[in-house]
Design a protein around this ligand. Structure first.
Ligand code: ARG
Length: 247
């Protein structure tokens, strides 16, 4: 009798569980932007953004799965509904806001110019006539292009390939978000010590999570989560884990 009751209860719980299951969302990240988004040894997304989303999801009672997606075209996929969120260190810009909705800002960066160790520039003007690489359609490329200093810009699918070309002498400089530049200068074993950050821009940029225009419900959850992570100090812990205490 007792046995039957237990079994009944178990079945009841199992059948009813899906009704209470957390809502599930898929986020896309280009996992070649360390330490913000990268692949772990098992080829799973890791880094600041995946950790951030995991903590955020927990804070607001949803589930978020992070998938690796190439940067070029990543924003388009959110518009066509391939995934719900782009969590790929996307800088909030007026241009992008015309096409997509952004969450509240969750991280602040500037652009950094990487040069081979020992080389120096003092302003963007010094890039005149130099071969400058960066990831295609990123704010780093936009900043150098808009500065109009006569740099010879080369756009790469992946910032790692640009840095490889810099180390091989095929480029003079690479421009990218400052935490990424710092990672290549200090942490990535095959590049550490071979590069230096010679210049940083003054203008601050802010990362936001990207959703399809009009997804108010999801935006509200993301913003609620961001607020909780900021106020609880969890955001700070995740930053310390991935960037060290420098931020
Ligand atoms: N913050 C820059 C931008 O929005 C670069 C982001 C690149 N992110 C990446 N995971 N590759 O343009």
């Amino acid at each position: 009798m007792l046995h039957r009751l237990t079994l009944g209860l178990l079945l009841f719980t199992l059948l009813c569980a899906p009704a209470h299951a957390a809502e599930k969302y898929v986020a896309a990240a280009d996992c070649y932007w360390p330490p913000m988004e990268l692949m772990d040894a098992n080829k799973q997304p890791t880094g600041y953004s995946p950790d951030y989303l995991k903590a955020l999801a927990k804070a607001v009672g949803i589930e978020i799965e992070v998938r690796n997606v190439a940067w070029d075209g990543i924003l388009g996929g959110v518009a066509t509904g391939k995934y719900d969120i782009v969590a790929s260190s996307v800088t909030i810009t007026e241009e992008r806001k015309k096409q997509f909705d952004f969450s509240d800002p969750y991280y602040e960066v500037v652009q950094a110019v990487l040069l081979p160790a020992g080389k120096k520039i003092t302003s963007l003007k010094d890039l005149k006539g130099l071969k400058v690489g960066g990831q295609i359609a990123t704010t780093g490329i936009f900043v150098v292009r808009n500065a109009n200093v006569g740099a010879d810009l080369k756009e790469y699918d992946d910032v790692g390939l640009a840095i490889e070309d810099l180390l091989q002498g095929r480029l003079d400089a690479v421009v990218c978000d400052d935490p990424v530049a710092l990672y290549y200068v200090n942490k990535k074993t095959d590049t550490a010590g071979k590069l230096n950050i010679s210049f940083k821009t003054q203008e601050k940029e802010y990362y936001g999570f990207v959703v399809k225009k009009g997804r108010k419900d999801l935006l509200e959850k993301l913003n609620k989560g961001i607020k909780i992570l900021k106020e609880s100090g969890v955001e700070r812990q995740i930053a310390e884990k991935w960037m060290g205490s420098s931020k």
